[in-house]
Write a protein that binds this ligand. Structure first.
Ligand SMILES: *Cc1c(COP(=O)(O)O)cnc(C)c1O
Length: 354
């Protein structure tokens, strides 16, 4: 018999959203709107290069990111989705005998990556369904190696202030790596200056991650990036797969980064649909957390009601994401789709609740 190593044998497969066949997916926080037309044109142009390996240094893409965010290109690394960067960070800095701290409802992949690395994964409570810096600081232990924090949070959609993140960093021990995952950062850049958070990388102990999967509408291209202290970037490169991002994906992402007008329009349209949908849901008595992302978390008065609403949505061809796996069985997470889909969802919710 061929046996895997024990820690792999014991792992459950990663629980991606149920794809639900013909249902309209409101389950994976993909963009409701297409990417920049310039990104699509760049991918078509790049197809002729398919016989060649891609640029292992992501030079054009890093340049586009550095110009937009006024960062040093040498501090930027790109991954096959930010998931690849998260996995490599945890493998490089956590491992047997070392712990990773996440927050109660934070992104499930950090827990999976910790299991893969045989690190302990611990969660701090999120009393108000928002990250609590005090709770994180109360859970610092001698074995703590990495604090992984999503801001805005997924699946909560809530945001903590830059001041709170800066306070967390200042009060964490200097040998604990802080990873700030800003997968939804573009949805709140107008409200909070992102440069204050990127600047934390200059301290040498903090990494800030972003992705092209959400606001840039390129989830299928698999491109994530981050701002890394140079020493950490050097270690991470040892673990990233060489040639990790397909040429067409690199070109698409660079073109999308250079089309900020398009991205901001996607963010603005998504935000206005989100606010209108949230208001309608609140009028039906559903508790909707304030969201700074492209999704909303709908809280019902019981797990049973959430399950019945989920069934009614599925019968009408719509698939939201059940949150039992996150310990929130009375919640459904709804990706903001285009206005007609949200209209259908609101109609089904209304019927299911009356
Ligand atoms: C969507 C998401 C990611 C991005 O994953 P990619 O691998 O870049 O597609 C990372 N973190 C959070 C919290 C997310 O919701």
């Amino acid at each position: 018999m061929i046996r895997p190593v024990p820690h792999v044998a014991e792992m459950a497969p990663y629980a991606l959203a149920d794809l639900g066949g013909d249902l309209v997916s409101m389950a994976q926080n993909e963009s409701a709107f297409p990417p920049s037309p310039r990104a699509l044109a760049a991918a078509r142009d790049e197809m002729a290069q398919a016989p060649l390996y891609p640029d292992p240094d992501w030079s054009e893409l890093r340049q586009a990111i550095a110009e937009r965010h006024m960062l040093d290109p040498n501090m930027i690394l790109c991954g096959a989705g930010s998931m690849e960067l998260i996995g490599c960070l945890i493998r490089a800095y956590a491992g047997p005998g070392r712990a990773v701290l996440g927050s109660a409802y934070s992104y499930a992949f950090a827990a999976t990556a910790s299991l893969q690395a045989q690190a302990h994964y611990r969660q701090v409570p999120e009393p108000d369904l928002a990250v609590s810096v005090d709770a994180a600081l109360d859970n610092v232990t001698p074995d703590l190696a990495v604090v992984f924090l999503c801001n805005p949070g997924n699946p909560t959609g809530t945001m903590v202030s830059n001041a709170d993140i800066l306070r967390l960093r200042a009060d964490l021990p200097g040998d604990v790596l802080l990873v700030v995952d800003q997968a939804y950062g573009e949805f709140c850049d107008a409200a909070q200056d992102p440069s204050e958070i990127f600047a934390l990388a200059l301290r040498g102990d903090t990494v800030v991650l972003r992705t092209f999967s959400k606001a840039y509408a390129l989830a299928g291209a698999r491109v994530g990036w981050g701002c890394f202290p140079p020493a950490i970037a050097g270690e991470l490169r040892k673990l990233l797969n060489p040639n990790n991002i397909a040429s067409a994906s690199q070109r698409m992402a660079a073109a999308a980064m250079r089309d900020q007008v398009h991205m901001r329009a996607v963010v603005a349209r998504t935000g206005s649909i989100r606010e209108a949908f949230s208001e309608r849901c609140r009028a039906m008595g559903i508790d909707v957390l304030p969201s700074h992302t492209n999704f909303v978390l709908l809280r019902f008065d019981s797990a049973d009601r959430a399950a019945r609403v989920d069934q009614a949505l599925r019968r009408s061809g719509l698939l939201m994401r059940g949150m039992a796996g996150y310990g929130l069985p009375n919640c459904l997470r709804a990706t903001i789709c285009d206005a007609p889909v949200m209209e259908r969802a609101a109609t089904v919710l209304k019927e299911a609740l009356t």
